[in-house]
Design a protein around this ligand. Structure first.
Ligand code: SF4
Length: 336
């Protein structure tokens, strides 16, 4: 046991008194916990909450999700980013209904076989929903454990193995593994923060090796953020009867399947379209992961009908029914 039972109990008490009231914490339903864990990958709690509520309203059960067209699922995900997650949810829901009688699988091997479920996600869902003695290790938990046990050094495979082992020892003996995992995550998110951890109110401060050595602010070493890349691009806004021309993205990339405004290249060229492109009327800034986009917006007129298939005129009121990136809404809002 990496921390004595009395400390684990103190951590659990702290968690039960201080945890944030988040919608997915009101349920032990494995479906809801699964959806929240997928949404929370690479995305903050504040951004996830409204999406989670809407998603659960639209797809209240795994069977509802499994029978929904993937495009509807992608539309509900529009604006949340990392769209592969939505495609994985859709595919995994069909597997859960087809192979596991509509219940998120109990066996860790079966959970790991689902699209989009890795070791962390499987541990989180199975421990929270079913009380399985499985560890979790996300950025928050890794920071807490590194500090508690003075695990020095930069991120590496060996360091991660050691942290997984420590998390595993903790989960193996915790009074309530699901709550303990959540308590560690919550402690990392709200108290043991990357900068200026609030050690004075931390339930584990007596046990913390980093604090005892005065190293709580330097462990783990901060990672250099990925350099941002500035990208300049342009879009064409073609209207017909109050509707906007959108093009379906077909590249096999992260945004595959989303509807977007046609791009305008140099000299007014736009892939697949013949357009008369006007001057830039607005500039919109938008970030996608490490890319900072500066998007010039050009009214344009069709010189020939768009090819069949990948293009569609869409009324603003119908945008919510299509998978679109938040850039489309930003551009259209800039024109109002
Ligand atoms: S005492 Fe400070 S550094 Fe140690 S776990 Fe608590 S908040 Fe983190």
């Amino acid at each position: 046991m990496t921390i004595p039972r009395s400390d684990a109990t103190r951590l659990l008490d702290w968690y039960r008194r201080n945890r944030r009231d988040l919608p997915w914490r009101r349920s032990r339903d494995s479906y809801r916990i699964w959806v929240s864990e997928i949404m929370l990958q690479q995305t903050t709690v504040r951004v996830v909450v409204p999406y989670y509520r809407r998603f659960i309203r639209l797809f209240p059960t795994v069977r509802a999700l499994a029978s929904a067209r993937p495009d509807r699922v992608l539309a509900a995900w529009s604006g949340l980013g990392y769209y592969r997650r939505a495609r994985h949810l859709s595919a995994a829901a069909r597997i859960i209904v087809g192979k596991h009688a509509g219940r998120f699988p109990l066996r860790v091997e079966d959970a790991l076989a689902l699209p989009g479920v890795g070791r962390y996600t499987a541990g989180a869902i199975l421990s929270i929903a079913y009380g399985a003695r499985l560890p979790v290790l996300d950025g928050n938990v890794a920071r807490v454990l590194s500090r508690l046990h003075l695990v020095r050094g930069a991120d590496s495979a060996a360091r991660r193995r050691r942290l997984w082992r420590l998390a595993g020892e903790l989960a193996a003996t915790a009074p309530s593994p699901g709550d303990l995992n959540q308590a560690l995550m919550e402690l990392g998110a709200t108290v043991c923060t990357p900068a200026a951890p609030a050690c004075a109110v931390c339930p584990l401060s007596r046990r913390c090796a980093a604090r005892a050595s005065g190293l709580q602010e330097t462990i783990p070493p901060s990672r250099r953020p990925r350099a941002t890349v500035e990208v300049r691009t342009g879009v064409a806004v073609v209207t017909r009867g109050g509707r906007y021309l959108l093009r379906r993205r077909s590249n096999r990339d992260l945004m595959h399947g989303l509807w977007e405004l046609p791009a305008v290249g140099r000299g007014g060229r736009s892939d697949g379209l013949r357009l008369a492109v006007g001057r830039c009327v607005a500039t919109v800034r938008h970030s996608i992961t490490y890319r900072r986009l500066e998007v010039s917006v050009h009214p344009a007129r069709l010189l020939a009908e768009p090819p069949r298939g990948g293009y569609r005129f869409v009324a603003p009121a119908d945008l919510g029914r299509l998978p679109t990136s938040s850039l489309v809404r930003k551009v259209l809002a800039a024109l109002v």
